[in-house]
Design a protein around this ligand. Sequence first.
Ligand SMILES: [Zn+2]
Length: 139
Amino acid sequence: MVIHTRKCKICNNISEDELCQICCDEYRNREELCIVNSVNDLFILEELRQFNGKYFVIESIEECDFTQLENMVKNGVKEIIFAISPSYENDHLILKIEDQLQDYDIKYSKIAQGVPTGVSLENLDSLSILRSFQSRVDA
Ligand SMILES: [Zn+2]
């Protein structure tokens, strides 16, 4: 049997139907929207079972349909969480989204940057070390 998959019309997740299971799930918090760069990242976050909001997959700024994103935001989003890796393009994406959605009262957050578990500092790039240092917490 071949399962035909396509993109969810709301969030771009892969789906067998027009809308994916997450978008159809009424028990998920529609006030929290998590932006990810790929369906793979979405699956990784889902496996952690930490987040019960909705997702929106943006693979690149060029491909992002901001009207589609705004339609989701209109549906009650109060916080947008950027679960994307730091890069020039992603920083640009964050600014662009904040600009596009400036008429809405939304809290923006992004995942903290830290030193990955089990990785020594000498194996990290200096920007990662710098950002970890700047966002240091009480020990
Ligand atoms: Zn969906």
